[in-house]
Ligand binder design. Structure first.
Ligand code: NAP
Length: 258
């Protein structure tokens, strides 16, 4: 799985198609969409228009909150494939650990995986209690856990659990949608490495071994974010950024689904 990919939440129609095409042209190979984003058709079109060989891409989609349950999840997966215009996805995730149905949904994902229609299956927003619960009834361990993870939401316990278990952590809303760019502790790092706040934050993810999926529809920012892998933060700067944690979140705390 590529460590840096394109998130496509909140992009629609021609803009979404164009963003995917531009990203692929720049070199992105991982595209992270979801049924919830209501743009699977456009993402599929962008992929086709790019002319790239499908085997070179890594496409992720996710089970929507409204589609939990065994049969429901199987049906929703087929619908996503159809909308994307794909025979398979590289990764299919449970988007949120909705209480009613999450166990049955995981069983459906295991079936999808066994049939080879998703090359890997995983979860999103599964913090520790959800991972522990999943362990009780799963036959297949999730390959990936996608969570909100930034220097300001350094979820150490989940990070360490996934590392130990061999579950690839992937960070969403990785650049805090720009909200934390003004944190004064970032400026000296930008100066030291001659990089932008987005690049410093994305590189922090990569140095920790966390895959990351920043979203942009702007060519210059797509390039800027992609270039975040072209340098290496010193370990003391990575450790310093680990101390930024103040619990800041963009999305809901999954704890509401306990
Ligand atoms: N599993 C989940 O529950 C979940 C939840 C949230 C997100 N996600 C996934 O994670 C992806 C990324 O998260 P996100 O979209 O919430 O937030 P994000 O990637 O942290 O930030 C995206 C926002 O920042 C702007 N931006 C992008 N690059 C920039 C740069 N270099 N400098 C300044 N601004 C920049 C974008 O605007 P422009 O587009 O105008 O550049 C957009 O408004 C999503 O697209 C989605 O695929 C998953």
């Amino acid at each position: 799985m590529p460590m840096l990919g394109l998130g496509v939440y909140d992009m629609y129609q021609k803009q979404a198609e164009q963003a995917v095409e531009t990203a692929i042209e720049i070199g992105y190979r991982l595209i992270d969409t979801a049924s919830m984003y209501e743009n699977e058709v456009e993402i599929g079109n962008g992929i086709k228009n790019s002319g790239i060989d499908r085997a070179e891409l890594f496409i992720t989609s996710k089970l929507n909150n409204t589609d939990h349950g065994y049969e429901e999840a199987l049906k929703a997966f087929e619908k996503s494939l159809q909308l994307l215009g794909q025979d398979y996805v590289d990764l299919y995730l449970i988007h949120w650990p909705i209480k009613a149905g999450r166990a049955e949904s995981w069983k459906a994902l295991e079936k999808i995986y066994t049939e080879g229609r998703a090359k890997a299956i995983g979860v999103a927003n599964y913090t520790l209690p959800f991972l522990n619960e999943l362990k009780q009834y799963s036959n297949i361990q999730p390959a990936v856990n996608q969570i909100e993870f930034t220097p300001w939401l350094f979820q150490k316990e989940t990070f360490e659990y996934c590392k130990k278990a061999g579950i690839q952590l992937q960070s969403y809303s990785p650049i805090t949608r720009g909200i934390k760019f003004s944190d004064e502790r970032l400026a000296p790092l930008c100066e030291k490495y001659q990089k932008t706040p987005a690049q410093i934050i994305l590189n922090w993810n990569l140095q920790l071994g966390v895959s990351t999926i920043p979203k942009s529809v702007q060519k210059q920012r797509l390039q800027e974010n992609f270039d975040a892998s072209n340098f290496t933060l010193d370990i003391q700067d990575v450790l310093f950024m680990n101390t930024f944690n103040d619990g800041f979140r963009i999305c809901d705390d999954p704890i509401i689904f306990l």
